[in-house]
Design a protein around this ligand. Structure first.
Ligand code: 3NM
Length: 208
């Protein structure tokens, strides 16, 4: 399956935004998002399933795709568009067996070695990060930086790369310039309110 990442890849965070997943999805769609990841580290699986179900209905009503973070079971149960997996989650090949060929599978990598290892796995895109320091990940890996990102880009040329970690409307252009196909953002879009207009501004920065 050949997959194209949108230039801006928003990820939900209920704590940071103070909003439910569905309300974040509504604002992000309003700002032009076409692919959104639901990321939840605190709710029970049952609560997350309930929220994700509503968010998925809204997204699909607008032709927007929804990726679930970590929880292959919830992605499968809801027929979400895909799953985003970290290094300690279910291996991508196992997720592929469960979710099938059509599912979008993304995989987090944090250095060149991991990106190289991931490049042979049945995944549709790689996330690389943290590019800059970030407050929104527990125990983040060492910063990759723009040079580290472009080094990975040069060596991994057959998979789309979304950069993540400390990316904002202000620095998105340089991250894209270093070779990322897409920029993932949490606080850059959701901290301080007005996610729709920040989403719009980020898309503008990507198009320029
Ligand atoms: N993953 P913000 S960094 C969820 O390095 C996540 O893989 C990362 O939040 C990684 O955009 C990160 O607010 C947090 O910096 C991104």
């Amino acid at each position: 399956m050949s997959f194209t990442l949108p230039g801006v890849y928003p990820i939900t965070d209920t704590k940071l935004s103070g909003l439910s997943h569905v309300d974040q999805v509504r604002q992000l769609i309003d700002g032009g998002a076409t692919l959104i990841q639901l990321r939840e580290k605190d709710l029970s699986p049952r609560e997350f399933h309930r929220e994700a179900e509503v968010a998925l209905k809204l997204a699909h009503a607008h032709g927007v795709r929804l990726i679930i973070n970590d929880r292959v079971d919830i992605a499968f149960a809801l027929k979400a568009d895909g799953i985003h997996l970290g290094q300690t989650d279910l291996p991508p090949a196992e997720a592929r067996k469960i979710l099938g060929d059509e599912a979008i599978i993304g995989f987090s990598t944090h250095n060149l070695e991991q990106a190289r290892a991931a490049s042979t796995l049945p995944v549709d895109y790689l996330a690389v990060g943290p590019i800059f320091s970030t407050a929104n990940k527990r125990a983040p890996d060492p910063v990759v930086g723009l040079i580290g990102l472009s080094d990975i880009r040069v060596r991994i040329d057959h998979l789309p790369i979304v950069a993540i970690g400390g990316i904002t409307v202000a620095n998105a252009s340089e991250v894209l310039g270093a070779g990322a196909d897409s920029v993932a953002m949490i606080s850059g879009l959701l901290a301080g309110g007005n996610a729709a207009s920040r989403m719009r501004e980020s898309l503008k920065a990507w198009k320029e």
